[in-house]
Design a protein around this ligand. Structure first.
Ligand code: AMP
Length: 282
């Protein structure tokens, strides 16, 4: 497996691979790999000749007071896990390489897609995400790039950006990977104390309940939200950031579940903010 930190070297690698007629799959991550990330790499491995995984903790998507400095990092472990999964190249640029002095250009997807949910609680977050993904797509020029449904809003923002800016290549969305008790895998789960870890699956339990209610014919968003709230309140250290029931494509709020509907939750468990979602349909 190659390990590249320099943008020009990454470009050369991609250019050479393309010249040899090989397809490239890109898996953007912030590292501290878990099976969620590795499932993206597996999807890329199945569909592309070359798998490039980027590992970059992107300062532009963290707000002041967020966990940029303490975000977990372990490059040695990440290199081992990526190699075992058949990743061909890790691209791990420094912050200075990506945002050198004088850096001035950001990509902003406007409207409901970025202003609601996580955009409301984390202003500028999606500007940072869109910018770094645009840069990675420009540098690596993949045929396909892979993102997790775990970050459903991020996936929609990236699809919109790539579509609006006519970026070549396909955006693929991969299902959420969970722990046996339902907790969605996340690098941030490592922040949880034992007690918080026991409470955290309440988030998925509440989403499962929403799914059950909808399939039993309860289609009122307000009533489903109330049931979710009841379950989340059972966790002593769980504090709700948002519970949203929205159209799965536009993120416009719905009053009644109709077609593909996204139920998305962000909640603090202790000090750790976790997100999760399910797609339900009427
Ligand atoms: P991150 O390192 O948290 O920025 O995540 C990198 C990519 O992995 C994003 O596209 C995430 O949506 C995806 N991802 C993170 N957790 C999971 C999970 N539990 N299941 C599937 N994909 C995930």
């Amino acid at each position: 497996m190659d390990f590249i930190t320099n943008i020009d070297d990454m470009r050369d690698y991609s250019r050479k691979a393309r010249g040899e007629g090989r397809t490239i799959g890109l898996v953007p991550t912030m590292g501290y790999l878990h099976d969620g990330h590795l499932s993206l790499a597996r999807a890329a491995r199945e569909e592309c000749d070359i798998v490039v995984m980027s590992i970059f903790v992107n300062p532009a998507q963290f707000g002041p007071g967020e966990d940029l400095d303490k975000y977990p990092r372990d490059m040695e472990r990440d290199r081992r896990l990526a190699a075992e999964e058949g990743v061909d190249v890790i691209f791990a640029p420094s912050a200075e390489e990506m945002y050198p002095g004088g850096y001035a250009t950001y990509v902003e997807v406007s409207g409901a897609l970025t202003e609601t949910f996580c955009g409301g609680s984390r202003p500028r977050h999606f500007r940072g995400v869109a910018t770094v993904v645009a840069k990675l797509l420009n540098i690596v020029a993949p045929d396909k790039s892979y993102f997790g449904q775990k970050d459903a809003q991020q996936a929609l923002v990236i699809k919109r950006m790539a579509g609006d800016l006519n970026m070549p290549g396909e955006i693929r969305i991969v299902p959420i990977v969970r722990e046996p008790d339902g907790l969605a895998l996340s690098s941030r789960n490592t922040y949880l104390s034992e007690d918080e870890r026991r409470q955290a699956p309440g988030i998925f339990r509440s989403l499962k309940r929403a799914e059950e209610l909808a399939s039993a014919g309860e289609l009122s968003a307000a009533r489903i939200k109330e049931e979710i709230r009841k379950i989340l309140r059972q966790g002593r250290d769980i504090r709700i950031d948002y519970i949203e029931i929205v159209d799965a494509d536009t993120l416009e709020p719905v009053e009644t579940v109709k077609g593909n509907t996204l139920v998305a939750i962000a909640a603090f468990v202790g000090k750790t903010r976790l997100i999760d979602n399910v797609v339900i349909s009427s």
